[in-house]
Each structure stands twice: as structure tokens, then as C-alpha cells.
Write a protein of this length. Structure first.
Length: 602
């Protein structure tokens, strides 16, 4: 049966069909939907782990116990997990280990643009790249077989366009592999095959495995020579293109007549196959997104291939970009527009992202803007606190960085009053260690934890602060305030995020104190616990267009056509469809012009 699946759905289906029994990861666009779809298959244990390293360790543990296991992450999560999959290269496992990374060329939802193919070379483990949803599913099986054949983890690398684009996929049945066929199989299903010299990565034993890793990669390169998924497609011999992944399809669209070497396994590449291809064409170019990863390997073979001298090393490499660069390099005649667009891009006005109506974070950033504190921000919906109308975030770098940066403010003797702002999911992910560091080193500062009871930005996934797991089971629930007290923070306050006066008062008090404080801003995400009441209204006779409510940045509040007779400023209006009655605007209105209709209150 053929169905339309996104790349993420196809990977989840591949995990099911090829006998994965344990899947762990951490949510992050563009990878989140993989585990969410895996969770639909009850034959697979699936979980959102507290962070990527914990997930990777869990996957290694499952594979030590003889279960095929899969780890999923977005590209920056590989940085967090790297310590764990690097040791996995040394130890191997008792079953297949698949590492899925969804990279983000163009930085649609990421703070950096990194090419995770480099991790394959760094770790000395194979990496494969699917070009569409069918390959995304099939390559799950390929990667698991490679992992078991060569006794090391294997990376499956996708990009945003593969993850979120749909194409036809032929479905198959679930087929659990025979454990007897595995070179490193556990002696019994679910039991550990003990081998400390292999699985205990202490220096003296790991040193002995180092030469084996080099020999293994050479063996993988030899294997790649006959891998059917690495294939030559002969066309016009005047131009030969080496490419991989989704860029294969883009390149085919721009150069329909050229000869192609489509690589599925992109590290290590097959030397003889590459030389055969290069010998059969007059000119070789490499087309790949981001870094010259394949190009460098080809040039090391002594083949004068061009790549990043023609195409950019940043951003998405879409067909129009390939065409434009090819024309500039003389590879195509100067007739731009040969790449047809089925739907021309609409000329729409730009709109900045903004917090949702009823978002509990709004009160914090409104107040921080008002108080003009220096704010160390973090990763989450509250990134939007850096944008107008709040303009209330001064730094933001990585998950959990806010608390460490705030500690640095104190260590450096920053004269400005400052706070760190971090979400609940991010605090569990990587905020606890820096907070402990502040406690231990007698640091001072105010840490604001925005507890909206979900990992909201990536799709409302669970974390230890909520009572339900990815699989739908009841999970252990951790109280953030109690956790902070247990860490040694003496001043821990829980504040109603929808109480504007309490938010401002507690921020002022803690920042003025000579010590370490934590404020838990408690308020559920509007999409998690929405208690919709009647919308608020504006009394046009009382409103004088002071614009104070506009500074909340609430999409439900708009500038009305009516102008105040004295000031000439537009009065406020409230969209009844968008308003969720969070009450923040009413609290800050100095003229009591915002109200809930009497009939709605009764």
C-alpha cells in the first residue's frame, strides 16, 4: 500500500517496520514529529527524555540489552548528545543503534546553522542521507543493518525539507530481525551480553579499541563501493554532478540531462566508485547544502571537483539558487527562470511573530521592559520577548544558557540590575546544573522560571513537570519550586503569572535583594488549560488612546478607527474572537476602560 508521508512520519514508520523496540529523544523542530508518530506504535517503547544526552544514553542502554534503538534530535541537540554517542562508537552494542538528526539549513527554527555530517567524521561512524520520504523509511532499515554489521551507531541525517515535505511511501509489515543474524547479538533477548573490555570505555580498554575503529571505517568504505543506494546515473558526459539527500532532486530539476553520482552513504564515500564516475565525465561538480563535506572527500581523492566555489555554503540550496549560481559559473546559459514554480510566491506584508493571546509569559516581559533590567534569555516561546513591543531580552544563545550567563554577570560585577529568564522545559533540560553552580559559588541574581506546564514551542511535549508521558502513561511530576529549594536556593517564590501587580512587585523585591532568588511564574499555556470566558470590551468613552495596552503585544488588542478628541490618538479595541479573558489588559489600564460585560460575569 502506498501512502503520502512526511519524512518524519516515514522515519517513524521505518522504525516500526525494521524492528526498533526503544525510541528516545528530545523535541525540537524539525525533528519533533518523528517520536510523536513512533508513539502511535505500541510495539515500540517511546519517550521524551529530559535532554538529548539522557536520551542517547538510554538508547545505548537499550542496545546493550539487545534491543534495536533509535535516538532523535534536531541539529543542535547533537551537540548535547555528542559525549554519549562518541563513546558508543568505541563500545558498540548488542543491537542496532540509529541516530536521527534533522538539520535546519536556513535556520527556520534554530539559533545556528550547523552541518551535522561533520559528526560522522569526528566520531568515525557512517552517515546516510535520504532524498525523500521513501528513502527516509527505507534508510532506517539500512542504517540499523549497517549498525549491526559494523557494531557501531549510524547517523541518518535529514533536513527540514525532507522532515516536513510529503511524498509517496510504500508501506511494509513489521519484521523484527533475527537475533542470531547479529554479529554482536545478545545471548538472550533482553539480557546483557557482558564484555567489560568492550563496553567499559575506560582509557586502558578504549585505547585497545582505537585501531579497530580505524580499521572498521576502512571496511565501511569498502562496503560502500557495492551499496546499491550509492548509484551512478549516466547522462550527458560533459557534466557530472555528485550530490546527496534532497539536493539530488533539486539538482535533477536544474540539470535534467547531466550525469549523476547519487550518494546515500556520505561518510565514508566509496573511493573507487567516485573515481569511476569522475573518469567518465568531462567536468565534476559537487552540489550539497551547507559545508563542502562531500567536496572535501572528493578532492582528497585527487579529483578536481568544484563545489563551494560555485554554490553558497549557507542557507537552503533550493533549485532557484542552484540555477542562479550555475548561470553565474557558466554551467547553464543565461536564461534565468528555467526552474518553473507551480505557484508564484505571494507578495505579502511581513508580520513579526508574537506571543499568543492569553500567553502567561506576556506579563513578565511587559514588566521587564518597564523596569529596564538586563535580561539573559533562553530557548523557548519566550524568545519573542526580544522583539517589539517588549524589546526585553539582551542575550540568548543555547538551552540553559540564561542562568550561566546571569552567573557570569555577577562574577564580572555587572552594575546593571539583571535577571535570567528560562522556561520550565528548558530548566529541566539544562537549567538545573547552572543553578546548582550559582548556589555552590555563592552567586547572586534573580532567576525567573516561566512555568507554563508544557514544552510549548515545539508542540506541547511533556517534561518532568507534567504528569503524563509521551506514551500517555501517568508519569512522575516534579514541582519546580520544591526542586529549587532542595538545590539550596533559599528565596523561592511562586507567582501567579496573570497577576500583573504581583509580577512587578516580586521582580523588584528579588532584584533589590543581595542574594540568589528564584521566581516561578506560574501560568498554564493557553493551549494546555484554556478556560475560555467572555471576551473583554473597551469603553470608548473612557479610553483616551494612551497606548499602554498596546505595549502588551496582545493580538486581540487593536487600534480602533475612532480617535481620541483631545490627544488625536487611536483608541483601543478588543477582538472578541481572539480574546481569552486573561485580564492583563484590564489590570494595567489606568482609566478602567477595559471591562468584562456584566452579563458575562454572572
Amino acid at each position: 500500500m502506498r501512502v503520502m508521508l512526511s519524512g518524519n512520519e516515514a522515519i517513524a514508520r521505518g522504525a516500526y517496520e525494521y524492528g526498533v523496540e526503544v525510541a528516545m529523544g528530545y523535541p525540537g523542530t524539525p525533528s519533533s514529529e518523528i517520536l510523536e508518530n513512533v508513539a502511535r506504535y505500541r510495539e515500540i517503547y517511546s519517550e521524551w527524555s529530559i535532554n538529548e544526552k539522557v536520551a542517547m544514553d538510554g538508547v545505548m542502554g537499550a542496545a546493550y540489552a539487545g534491543k534495536r534503538a533509535m535516538f532523535t534530535t534536531k541539529q543542535v541537540g547533537m551537540n548535547v548528545a555528542s559525549d554519549s554517542f562518541l563513546y558508543g562508537v568505541y563500545t558498540g552494542a548488542n543491537a542496532g543503534v540509529l541516530i536521527v538528526t534533522a538539520d535546519d539549513p536556513g535556520m527556520f527554527s534554530s539559533q545556528n546553522e550547523q552541518d551535522n555530517r561533520h559528526y560522522a567524521r569526528l566520531a568515525k561512524m557512517p552517515i546516510i542521507e535520504p532524498a525523500d520520504s521513501q528513502e527516509a523509511k527505507d534508510f532506517v532499515g539500512l542504517a540499523l543493518n549497517l549498525s549491526e554489521q559494523f557494531d557501531e551507531p549510524v547517523i541518518l541525517r535529514t533536513v527540514m525539507r525532507i522532515a516536513h515535505s510529503a511524498s509517496p511511501v510504500e508501506l511494509g509489515e513489521r519484521r523484527a530481525p533475527s537475533r542470531a543474524d547479529r554479529p554482536a547479538a545478545a545471548s538472550e533477548a533482553g539480557r546483557m551480553k557482558r564484555d567489560p573490555h568492550k563496553f567499559v570505555a575506560t582509557a586502558v580498554w578504549a585505547r585497545g579499541r582505537r585501531p579497530l575503529i580505524e580499521a572498521r571505517i576502512a571496511t565501511v568504505a569498502e562496503y560502500a563501493e557495492t551499496l546499491p543506494e550509492n548509484r551512478i546515473e549516466w547522462g550527458d558526459r560533459g557534466l557530472g554532478i555528485i550530490t546527496s539527500g534532497v539536493v539530488y532532486h533539486y539538482s535533477r530539476e536544474v540539470f535534467p540531462s547531466a550525469s549523476f553520482l547519487k550518494l546515500a552513504l556520505t561518510w565514508p564515500i566509496p573511493p573507487r566508485l567516485v573515481r569511476e564516475f569522475a573518469a567518465g565525465v568531462e567536468r565534476v561538480i559537487v552540489i550539497e547544502e551547507l559545508d563542502p563535506f562531500i567536496e572535501e572527500q572528493v578532492r582528497l581523492l585527487g579529483i578536481p571537483a568544484a563545489g563551494k566555489s560555485i554554490f553558497p555554503s549557507y542557507g537552503e540550496l533550493l533549485p532557484a539558487t542552484i540555477e542562479r549560481c550555475a548561470i553565474a559559473a557558466g554551467l547553464l546559459p543565461a536564461h534565468p527562470g528555467a526552474v518553473k514554480r507551480s505557484v508564484p510566491p505571494a507578495d505579502l506584508p511581513a508580520r513579526s511573530p508574537i506571543l499568543c493571546p492569553g500567553c502567561p509569559h506576556r506579563s513578565t516581559f511587559y514588566t521587564l521592559n518597564k523596569l529596564k533590567y538586563v535580561v539573559a534569555g533562553d530557548i523557548g516561546c519566550y524568545n519573542l520577548g526580544a522583539l517589539p513591543p517588549f524589546d526585553a531580552t539582551d542575550t540568548m544563545g543555547a538551552m540553559g544558557a540564561s542562568i550561566g550567563v546571569a552567573h557570569g554577570f555577577h562574577a564580572a560585577g555587572l552594575a546593571d540590575r539583571s535577571v535570567a529568564v528560562i522556561g520550565d522545559g528548558t530548566f529541566f533540560h539544562s537549567g538545573m546544573a547552572p543553578l546548582l553552580n550559582m548556589v555552590h559559588n555563592n552567586s547572586k541574581g534573580t532567576i525567573v522560571i516561566l512555568d507554563n506546564r508544557t514544552t510549548a514551542m515545539t508542540g506541547h511535549q511533556d517534561h518532568p513537570g507534567v504528569a503524563q508521558t509521551l506514551a500517555g502513561a501517568e508519569g512522575g511530576q516534579v514541582n519546580i519550586a520544591d526542586l529549587c529549594r532542595a538545590m539550596g536556593v533559599k528565596d523561592v517564590r511562586v507567582v501567579d503569572a496573570f497577576d500583573m501587580e504581583a509580577v512587578q512587585r516580586n521582580l523588584k523585591e528579588t532584584v533589590a535583594c543581595d542574594g540568589l532568588s528564584v521566581i516561578v511564574m506560574d501560568g498554564p499555556c493557553v493551549f494546555v488549560e484554556l478556560e475560555r470566558k467572555a471576551p473583554f470590551e473597551v469603553d470608548a468613552d473612557l479610553c483616551n488612546g494612551c497606548t499602554l495596552c498596546f505595549r502588551l503585544g496582545c493580538p486581540a488588542i487593536f487600534r480602533a478607527d475612532e480617535l481620541d478628541a483631545r490627544t488625536g490618538r487611536p483608541k483601543a479595541g478588543i477582538d472578541p474572537v481572539l480574546c481569552v479573558s486573561c485580564d492583563m489588559c484590564r489590570q494595567i489600564c489606568p482609566r478602567k476602560a477595559i471591562f468584562m460585560p456584566t452579563q458575562a460575569m454572572n
